[in-house]
Design a protein around this ligand. Structure first.
Ligand code: NI
Length: 250
């Protein structure tokens, strides 16, 4: 049994969501956590958690939304996170990849959502791209735990996050031939890892280039099992326990 702790499931990317859910079940994916990251995708995620028993959500405003998110969105968010199957806040964070002209807006949005997470004692799902130093400095200010979604940094950075109570979200990148992520996986061990696809993006080998889906989680698990020289069953068991404990899933 596996849990995909971070994916996006939208009609924009998939014609038939019933089919995606059916295929997940056939591939031993017991739960998926959809990340709603904008007004529209948050609404979509909330609809899907009502429709499917194995679907959960984290919701929050992505840094790409920093220019268009306002105070009332955050008031609504505070109501939306009360829903039973909303298990965390995210993805939230910082993204300076395409420039950082709106850095102060991104930081403000990030901090406000960290405050909400702290107030309601919810874990966060962090998106951090080309912004490691600022991300670390902000996370330090809050008594919050969470998931470093799509972690791809150095071992040194991994250890800083782990010491603050964060798990590393490991996905398709670990299967890429040019990736050094295996070194981090090898060193931090299974107890600090949760599995994710970030579908429809970052499809693992041998399907790289196709649309990603939660059903490919076993390929990520297999690669991690090979790196750690353990069975894939062990990877499934421990990463599922980690996910259940972080997101308080039954
Ligand atoms: Ni994502």
């Amino acid at each position: 049994m596996y849990i995909d702790t971070h994916c996006h499931l939208s009609l924009e990317d998939y014609d038939d969501i019933d089919l995606v859910i059916k295929e997940n079940r056939e591939h031993d994916i017991s739960k998926i956590i959809i990340s709603g990251y904008s007004r529209d995708t948050i609404k979509e995620a909330l609809d899907l958690i009502d429709k499917y028993p194995d679907v959960y959500a984290t919701i929050g405003y992505h840094p790409s939304e920093a220019d268009i998110t306002n105070e009332s969105d955050l008031i609504v968010l505070e109501e939306q996170i009360q829903r039973e199957k909303v298990v965390g806040i995210g993805e939230i964070g910082l993204d300076y990849h395409y420039g950082n002209e709106n850095k102060s807006k991104q930081i403000e949005l990030f901090r406000k959502q960290m405050e909400i997470a702290e107030k309601y004692n919810l874990p966060v799902v962090i998106h951090s791209r080309d912004a490691t130093e600022d991300t670390i400095n902000i996370l330090k200010d809050y008594k919050v735990i969470g998931d470093m979604h799509c972690f791809s940094g150095s071992l040194e950075v991994a250890r800083i996050y782990i010491n603050m109570g964060y798990k590393l979200g490991i996905g398709g990148v670990v299967t890429f031939k040019n990736s050094n992520l295996y070194k981090v996986v090898e060193s931090v061990g299974l107890e600090n890892i949760i599995l994710e696809t970030d579908s429809p993006y970052l499809t693992p080998e041998p399907f790289r280039g196709k649309t990603n889906s939660s059903k490919y989680i076993p390929y990520i698990a297999k690669r991690i099992a090979d790196i750690l020289n353990i069975s894939v069953g062990e990877v499934a068991k421990i990463t599922t326990e980690n996910a259940c404990s972080l997101f308080d899933l039954k």
